[in-house]
Design a protein around this ligand. Structure first.
Ligand code: ADP
Ligand code: MG
Length: 368
């Protein structure tokens, strides 16, 4: 069953200083019951605004939001259910733990709003603390606890009302990398135990890939792709998505006489088949660093510019025409800086070279 449904949701903001921003642009999406679904995209792309619309903290400019067959916001009918009646658990950055309340009171807060009686409150808080590994810390204040424990207070508060849907906005962004990884597993564990539907906002692609059943990538308020992490990584629908997931190389080429010539290398072409449906005379070739190989003989001839040992692999940098390309190899073939080498591609994704002029708008959205 679809549990969170957005139909053509749009949200504009207008500010004196920056003018108009379409924070969320005609977003439609269906999140299934029990699914962990992530919104991924750069700062300013509209992730938090979409989540706040789902929570009911913002009114829509147009569109509809439903939880299953229950309407939450319908702009055309001016229908709007306030956040406290939507039955959600939330961890928003702005909702950090309250320093002047102890752990018990922080977690009990949503129950006090619901006027839950004392006995039930104690039982529910106890249960939430147990599931977030905070049992016994009821009387402590947040400042007496570690960063990870503080984050768990926020999680305990989100689950204490036993919601069906959890909204999490960058819940791990204040933690150090090691702790972040551990907390990912804890969130997954909680989800398995309670079968929450989770809507998870992050700008960290590794986090989105690790947690999500499905995810979307957003750019300037518009959904670029909705897919499983694996399918999105293997088949990005456009250059923006390719560049946002994992490490990437973009190599601009001119196409003539059925060959691809890197910019700045007009006489030496690459040994690649041009896809039959590709009729432009320029292209951008997208590759991952582990889809390019260094060879002693043959390939596109160039020179090793840089070599860095990464522990489980070695990263080389070479120039192909005007573009610098990163190559990761897991078996060290012993190339040194300055050596002549050949470059071969095992997988290349072809994108049109047209510039869409959006970088300026992306920057503007970040600073507002
Ligand atoms: P993200 O969470 O992906 O970083 P946001 O949803 O916070 O992005 O913001 C999307 C765009 O909407 C940004 O350009 C932001 O500045 C703008 N925006 C968000 N909230 C407001 C607001 N209350 N008033 C004006 N502009 C806003
Ligand atoms: Mg945000």
């Amino acid at each position: 069953m679809d549990q969170v449904i957005l139909k053509n949701v749009t949200k504009h903001f207008t500010t004196k200083a920056f003018g108009k921003v379409t924070a969320v642009n005609n977003v439609s999406l269906n999140i299934k019951e029990g699914e962990c679904f992530s919104f991924l995209g750069p700062s300013g792309c509209g992730k938090t605004t979409t989540l706040r619309l789902i929570a009911g903290f913002e009114d829509l400019s147009s569109g509809e939001i439903w939880f299953g067959d229950k309407p939450m916001s319908i702009k055309d009918k001016n229908y709007y259910l306030p956040p406290e009646d939507r039955g959600l658990g939330m961890v928003f950055q702005a909702f950090a733990v309250w320093p002047h309340l102890n752990v018990f009171e922080n977690v009990a807060f949503p129950l006090r709003i619901q006027r839950v009686n004392k006995t039930d409150m104690a039982a529910k808080v106890k249960e939430a603390l147990k599931h977030t590994n905070l049992s016994g810390l009821e009387e402590k204040f947040p400042s007496e606890l570690s960063g990870g424990q503080q984050q768990r207070i926020a999680l305990a508060r989100a689950i204490v009302t036993n919601p069906k849907i959890l909204l999490l906005d960058e819940p791990l962004s204040n933690l150090d990398p090691k702790l972040r990884e551990n907390m990912r597993f804890e969130i997954k564990d909680l989800q398995r135990r309670f079968n929450f539907t989770i809507v998870y906002v992050t700008h960290d692609q590794a986090e989105a890939m690790a947690l999500s059943d499905r995810m979307l990538v957003m750019d300037m308020g518009v959904i670029q792709q909705i897919d499983t992490p694996t399918d999105m990584y293997n088949n990005p629908s456009n250059r923006f998505v390719f560049g946002f997931l994992g490490l990437s190389n973009f190599l601009p080429v001119n196409l003539s006489d059925g060959r691809a010539y890197p910019y700045g290398s007009s006489s030496v072409g690459l040994n690649l088949e041009i896809p039959p449906d590709f009729s432009d005379d320029q292209a951008i070739l997208a590759t991952r660093p582990n889809e390019i190989h260094l060879v002693a003989e043959g390939g596109y001839r160039t020179r090793i510019k840089n070599r860095v040992f990464l522990g489980d692999s070695v990263e080389y940098r070479v120039d192909i025409g005007q573009a610098e390309i990163r190559i990761h190899t897991y078996e060290d073939k012993g190339f040194k800086v300055g050596d002549i080498c050949g470059v071969e591609f095992s997988k290349v994704t072809w994108y049109p070279a047209r510039e869409d002029g959006s970088d300026e708008e992306r920057e503007r959205r970040k600073i507002i």
